[in-house]
Design a protein. Structure first.
Length: 229
């Protein structure tokens, strides 16, 4: 369903006016028509179903017919090493689409080093929320890999390229942090540091994955093996 992200807003049954940038997009890009349905999302778990009642050059009049609060299960957080710019934007979208509660972009020895534009990040997250109808906006953070606080999570799962035996994972996805290194992998020292702090090694028998591919693949693996999903 066509969705609009209105960050932090509250929704009530009845009439609501949309103006500004959102109206321009609906009128000139989407070409919305009277009678069509629009899903309103506030990023805090509220979903409101509305129908278009009126259209003018500067406003779209909506009628909100239902409001729903969606439970936040506080499931998966995703941390990934900063990839190239096009891959970075695709990775952000993938995180939203799989329902990540938190997105952490890591600076590692082998990651890219360009500055991240916060306004561009917000635009990508907004578009992905609207495309996926995700009721929650993920938290976004940038960290050095050495500053990653493993104690905040129920388990940390490290996707690794190293050979050897993996470790057993918990049956629940709740409170899980998935860590994905750069395409060349984390250094031995970086991996050892995470493993020594209790991270579980996850090895899958596939070729090297690009970041934007690894996120949905590994998230799906974890969600598929969780008994509470």
């Amino acid at each position: 369903m066509r969705a609009i992200f209105l960050k932090g807003e509250t929704f009530q049954l009845g009439a609501k006016q949309l103006t500004g940038e959102k109206t321009h997009h609906l009128l000139n890009v989407v070409r919305i028509k009277v009678g069509q349905h629009i899903l309103l999302l506030n990023g805090n778990g509220t979903r409101a179903l509305s129908s278009v009642e009126s259209i003018s050059k500067k406003a779209v009049g909506l009628n909100i017919t239902s409001v729903e609060e969606v439970e936040n299960k506080k499931g998966l957080s995703i941390a990934f090493a900063l990839p190239k710019k096009d891959a970075f934007e695709s990775a952000l979208r993938a995180c939203v689409e799989v329902g990540a509660n938190e997105i952490i972009v890591l600076s590692t020895e082998r990651s890219q080093t360009y500055p991240i534009k916060e306004d561009r990040v917000q635009k990508i997250l907004t578009a992905a929320i609207e495309q996926s109808n995700n009721p929650y906006e993920p938290r976004f953070e940038k960290l050095e890999i050495g500053d990653l606080d493993s104690s905040k999570y129920g388990q940390v799962v490290l996707a690794t390229l190293a050979k050897g035996e993996g470790t057993s994972l918990k049956d629940s996805i709740e409170g899980t942090l998935l860590v994905i290194g750069p395409e060349g992998g984390l250094t031995d020292a970086e991996e050892l540091n995470l493993l020594n702090r209790g991270a579980h090694a996850l090895r899958v028998n596939v070729p090297i994955l690009r970041t934007q591919t690894a996120i949905p693949f590994l998230s799906g693996y974890l969600l598929g093996n969780a008994v509470d999903c």
